[in-house]
Design a protein around this ligand. Structure first.
Ligand SMILES: [Zn+2]
Length: 138
């Protein structure tokens, strides 16, 4: 993983608390479930959109491409959440990063559910992944 360059967009995409502690949604403090935290963290670390080939259109799957190509902005709940982030608090390369960073301090289970749904859309559409009935990716 290239941490030095901004190729994966990690440095520009993950907000770090000033005190250096992990965000609450990453810990057991919140009611966000562990599978949901894993899903959101995978996106943040660039493990979903990792500049591999997009399975849908065969161009490079960057974070920005994942948002545009998967059509997640068509998810009205997510689009509303993205629009609700005040301009001064928009941090991250994409709407998804902005919403995660904005919600990070106190992420509600409702917010996490929408984020996971959006990330799943990207996994399914741009990566052609399928969830098993147990909830694992094939
Ligand atoms: Zn694509």
């Amino acid at each position: 993983m290239e941490l030095e360059s901004d190729r994966g967009g990690i440095a520009a995409s993950v907000k770090v608390r000033k005190d250096g502690k992990p965000h609450q949604f990453l810990t057991a403090v919140t009611k966000v479930s562990r599978p949901e935290r894993v899903s959101i963290t995978r996106w943040q670390l660039g493990m979903v959109a990792a500049h591999q080939e997009c399975e849908l259109c065969h161009t490079e799957l960057s974070r920005e491409h994942a948002i545009a190509c998967s059509g997640v902005m068509g998810d009205m709940e997510f689009a509303r959440m993205a629009a609700a982030v005040p301009p001064a608090e928009r941090m991250g390369k994409t709407e998804l990063d902005m919403v995660i960073n904005h919600a990070a301090e106190e992420m509600t289970p409702e917010c996490a559910a929408v984020l996971v749904r959006v990330i799943d859309m990207i996994e399914v559409r741009c990566r052609k992944r399928e969830r098993t009935e147990q909830g694992f990716w094939r």
